[in-house]
Structures are given as C-alpha cells and as structure tokens.
Design a protein around this ligand. Sequence first.
Ligand code: TXA
Ligand code: MG
Length: 357
Amino acid sequence: SRETTVVMDARKDDSGYETAVKLLQAGEVVAFPTETVYGLGADATNDEAVRKIFEAKGRPADNPLIVHIADFQQLDAIVSEIPDVARICMEKFWPGPLTLILPKGPTLSKYVTANLPSVGIRMPNHPVAMRLIRQTGLPIAAPSANRSGRPSPTCAQHVWEDLKDRIPLILDGGETAVGLESTVLDCTVSPPIILRPGEITQEMLQQVIGDVSMDAGLLEEHHAPKSPGMKYTHYAPQGDMTVLEGDPKRIRTSIRELCQQMLLEQPNQRVGVLLTTNQTGDEAFCEQLDQMGVEWIIRPQGNADIQETGQHLYQWLREFDEKNVAKILAEGVPVQGFGAAVMNRMRKAAGHSIIRV
Ligand code: TXA
Ligand code: MG
C-alpha cells in the first residue's frame, strides 16, 4: 500500500516523538534510529502491526524480528526464562548493541518470532530509541529499516531511499554510531553461541561469561545456517565485489593489477575501489588508479580505524550501487574484535569472493 512518508527530526523538538508514539500505539510502523542501524518498529504484541513490518520491507515471514525494550521490567511479559549468562550480559552490555536469544514469553505476536520458541531481545543505547520505547510503553519489534536485500540504513536518508511511500514516518536522529547491526547471542544453548558478530565482540563476551562460541558459517562459506536470518543472501551490491585480505601493501599492488586487467578487458566499465586504511603513499596510489580510469575510489575520511570502517561500510556500499559500479575491489580488515563483524558483512556482500595476498 502506498502512503506519504513524513520525516521528522527528533533532535529538534518533541513533535516527532508525539507523532511516532501515536502511530505505534495505533498499530502503525515507524522508522527510528538506534546506535547500530535504523529500525522499522511496530507494537510487538499486535499481529496486524507486526505484519506491516514484513510487508513494508518485503521480508520473508520465516525470518524473525528483534524486540526492543527500554526497561528491564518489560522482560517479564516477553521472555519465559532468563539464564544466568543472559542476566550477566544484560547487566554488563545493556543498553547496547547486543541481542540475546531467550525462550519467549506469552504476550508477543507469533509473527515476531516466526513461530520459533525463542525471541531476540535488546535494549538499544540511543536516546531517541529509548525515549520512544518508554513513551509508547510497548515492546517494539524492529528489524533494520531497509528493503530486504539492501544494506541496513545508517541515516534517515537511507531509510527514505528504501521505504519512501511504504511507511508513514521516519524519525530522524542523525547518523548511527556503530553502523553495523547488533551482536546476536543465542542464550538458549550452552555454551552460548554468537549467531551474528557485532560491536560487542566474542572477546568481550568471553570476559564476562566465559565460554562463548562463534558460528563457523559466519566467516566462512559452506556451513549450514543456525539462525533463520542467515540462510538469506543478505545484501549483495549490483557490481561484482571482491574482498582483498592480507598485507595492505600487497593488497594495493593486487588492486592496481586487477584494475589494469579489468579496464583492459572492458575499458568502459565502472570500477570502484574501497580502501579501509590509510597507508603512506596512498595519495600517489589513488592518482595512478585515477589515471587508469578507475572512476570511484572511496577512502576513510577520519581515523581509518576499524570503528570508522564499521560505521560507514553500508553507506559506502550504497554509494557504489548509486554510481552503477560494475566491479568493486575492497580492502579487507583483520578478523579480530569488531573486525569479525566488519569482515562478516564484507565477505557476505562479496558473496565470499575473496583474494588472500
Ligand atoms: O542492530 C540491530 O540488531 C538492528 C536494530 C534495528 O536493532 N536490528 C536488526 O534486525 O538488525 P534484523 O531483523 O535485521 O536482524 C535480526 C537477526 C536476524 O538475522 C534474525 O534471523 C535473528 O536476528 N533472530 C531474530 N530472532 C531470532 C531467534 N529467535 N533465533 C535466532 N535468530 C533470531
Ligand atoms: Mg536486517
């Protein structure tokens, strides 16, 4: 169904919240910022409201949603049991980018959990999300606010590009800080297992609850998916993407050779290069690429640390799509700490086309 989408800036005044609260309480959907990515929220106890999320996103019905809360008291109605490890994680990491899979309670819509006996819960660390959830007084089901198969949105503009005319309201809270979706930790098994890596890393979790495993399918191909969401090919850019992993100098040498080869084979195609670090000599390197005819080179603006790469990765991938780039060569990052989350998303976007140098 088509409707006019309104964008309201939550940082300006209270009118955006007031509109959003009314819509959510009336069973409508609202896009709102969290610290990870923008979410598309609805009353998690209302079947019709939750169905509107799936419809607006074009999301398969068997891929369950995350439920967002703002107060610990909300847990009683939506989960049936809280294992000790989960309790410790909540105390340590909430509000924050950690989703805990727990046995579900009685009040949630069956559409939220896609009929699974478990549910993913998180308390987002974002003032707009927290205030919105508090004011509605409801658990809010919210997947990322993108059309299915597109990168998750990290600013209101991305939500607009994907969901304009499909939802009534986007609450604008500026650019998100983390840029990649929350860590998903399954606490229904022992030891708990990471189903999706995020800013809360395996190392951080191990420090507080001991043994934590990471699903093998997250970083390598050819493993059966454990999480319902993992079986879907997530975002893939329109262009053919390859990730180059290894020493930054050798990565640049390979990128230069590959660009040369690609532009020799098809001189008119658009080639895009994504660098995730700053190296001495990069100015000259990019000038060489430019002279070869590489049309789009994206480089970090700030620190070029792993945090910035995570924060902007989806935005950069959207830019390549906008420019209709046919071939994308991307510099990978070491798979440590937050780097596991970054590489999980990069390798998936590249369909596991990886060159190790
Ligand atoms: O950072 C985030 O988590 C963002 C913001 C909006 O909070 N949300 C988000 O939601 O990324 P979504 O729906 O795009 O991803 C939810 C992931 C999916 O991979 C889904 O399969 C998994 O969590 N999930 C949800 N419930 C589950 C369950 N009961 N068991 C296993 N996996 C579950
Ligand atoms: Mg998503």
